[in-house]
Design a protein around this ligand. Structure first.
Ligand SMILES: Cc1cc2nc3c(=O)[nH]c(=O)nc-3n(C[C@H](O)[C@H](O)[C@H](O)COP(=O)(O)OP(=O)(O)OC[C@H]3O[C@@H](n4cnc5c(N)ncnc54)[C@H](O)[C@@H]3O)c2cc1C
Length: 495
């Protein structure tokens, strides 16, 4: 690899930083610019879910997150003083069976510090103002703090520049969707008097929802819907007294708020692009999808966009894979984005019901359904994003005869992370596939494809071969003796 910049990342929020870390650890020279003078100091996205932790583990970053955050083991729905239902996170099928509560400001601090340790500094007060693709290169114009323009020439540009993305605007892509017709209040405060402060508490009051999320010892996030939005634009930010009044009315009583860190009013947008890129320009994170905070999926989904795109860009940049590998990014992540938007929208619709009959039906259904352990488990698995799979991806192949093999993940499904003391698939400094199966077969194939297969292992079933991608999803399943299927797959992606 030469040391010329291959990729420009616009935006150093959690998604741009994740992208920068992944590409840098895989040895791809990048630059990352952000128009803001400093990182966010707001708690914004509060939850890191299990699948994101599993993927961060590949970069050796989980310990820092676990040390800085607080584990949360479940959520409780109540109707003021009466409990309607509970969802436990303990059954999540992951080495991290919990929601990690950590303010976004902390998440960004850990990511940016790690990126710096890898030798890359975020270029701040540097704004991407335009770009054009020419002769197989992207020419991006940035405005520097000294008011000078600079043109950066790279092979690819990745827009991680948030909901108002300049990259998305530059591509002329529409952000299809709508703004929800209700106002919401948010408060980061200290709280006393909350029973079971380690759980997420959701109160379904007849006036609307009140949700309380633990952030750290005494600090909590309170969110409440304020009813239909007026025509007069932005709702005024609430005062501490306003939020206390909402908590007194909708909560179980006895909860006292103090020391507000952040008080804000907001509206929910549900929007997404159809394609996550065009040519040599890609979008990831809020630049590609925004939705309700219900379920805490926004930042996690964005960071997982970055995990998906970065190994593909790295393998193409390093000359190991054909550029057509990049064509799988948009269909894989856009399908995930559709599901996340739909689920977040359903959760929000259920939360803002105003009709008393509809509220009573919702509460009864939740009470009965969430009493069934399998339903609870399914919800927890979905929230934790461990069930995301790329079943319809062009990169997911089930070789003839493999469909009938029972047991183990199918093509496109997540390769279950094994013991935490074993280096996870996709870790290290070289991106590549891991071949799992009988040792004599996998080792011989690894020798034939040294640039593509970087690891081998023995699987849980003797009659199967799995080819696992660097982001921990199964690319290929084949019968244990079907070396031809593995060869065809690898030759299909190889440069
Ligand atoms: C009030 C609030 C509460 C939220 N709560 C939750 C929650 O509970 N759970 C959850 O998952 N999500 C939540 N979110 C959403 C979450 O914050 C986002 O999903 C997350 O920040 C997306 O990360 P990102 O890196 O894609 O974009 P951003 O964090 O928006 O980062 C984009 C970066 O790009 C920079 N930038 C923009 N334009 C340019 C340009 N032209 N040139 C250079 N740099 C540029 C910006 O300065 C910014 O630093 C919340 C958001 C808000 C506002």
């Amino acid at each position: 690899m030469t040391d010329d910049t291959r990729i420009l990342i616009s935006g150093a929020g959690p998604v741009g930083l994740t992208m920068a870390i992944e590409l840098t650890r895989y040895g791809v020279p990048i630059r990352i610019v952000d128009k803001a003078a400093s990182r966010t100091d707001k708690s914004k996205a509060l939850v890191i879910w299990s699948r994101t932790l599993e993927l961060l583990d590949r970069a050796g970053l989980v310990r820092q997150f676990l040390d800085a955050g607080q584990t949360c083991h479940g959520t409780q729905f109540s109707n003021g003083p009466e409990t309607i239902a509970r969802v436990s996170f303990d059954s999540i099928d992951s080495p991290y069976p919990f929601a990690l509560m950590i303010p976004q400001s902390e998440t960004e601090r850990i990511l940016e510090t790690h990126l710096k340790e890898l030798g890359v500094a975020v270029e701040r007060q540097v704004e991407l103002t335009g770009f054009a693709e020419r002769d197989g290169r992207v020419l991006s114009t940035i405005l520097r703090p000294d008011d000078q323009n600079e043109v950066i020439e790279t092979q690819w540009l990745v827009g991680c520049d948030g909901a108002h993305s300049a990259v998305r605007h530059g591509l002329g892509m529409s952000f299809e969707g709508s703004t929800q017709p209700s106002d919401w209040a948010l408060a980061d405060v200290e709280i006393t008097g909350l029973k079971d402060p380690d759980r997420i508490a959701i109160f379904w009051h007849s006036d609307g929802i009140l949700a309380v999320f633990p952030i750290s010892d005494k600090r909590f996030r309170v969110i409440a819907d304020l009813g239909p939005a007026g025509d007069d634009g932005h709702h005024a930010d609430p005062t501490l007294d306003d939020v206390q009044a909402l908590v007194d009315r909708r909560g179980p009583g006895g909860i006292v708020l103090s020391n507000p860190i952040w008080l804000a009013a907001f509206r929910i947008n549900e929007r997404k692009v159809r394609d996550y890129g065009r040519g040599r320009v890609f979008l990831a994170g809020d630049a590609a999808h925004i939705h309700s905070p219900a379920g805490g999926q926004g930042m996690n989904t964005g960071m997982q966009d970055a995990f998906n795109l970065s190994w593909k860009l790295a393998m193409v940049a390093r000359g190991t894979c054909k550029p057509s590998l990049l064509e799988s990014y948009s269909p894989e992540r856009s399908a995930v984005g559709d599901v996340v938007l739909r689920n977040a929208s359903r959760m929000t619709d259920a939360a803002v019901l105003r009709n008393p009959i509809a509220q009573a039906i919702r509460n009864k259904i939740a009470h009965f359904a969430l009493d069934i352990p399998q339903v609870q488990h399914r919800i927890a698995q979905t929230l934790a994003e461990v069930e995301i799979a790329y079943l319809k991806s062009p990169l997911s192949v089930s070789a003839p005869g493999a469909e009938s093999i029972k047991g183990g993940p199918a093509a496109g499904e997540r390769w279950p992370p094994i013991k935490a003391d074993v280096a996870p698939v996709g870790s290290g400094s070289v991106p590549g596939f891991t071949l799992v199966g009988e040792a004599s077969v996998t080792e011989s194939l690894a020798r034939q494809f040294p640039a593509l297969v970087v690891g081998t292992g023995t699987g849980p079933f003797e009659d199967v071969l799995w080819l696992v991608r660097p982001d921990g999803y199964v690319g290929l399943t084949a019968r244990s003796d079907d070396v031809q299927a593995v060869r065809a797959y690898l030759e299909g992606v190889a440069m």
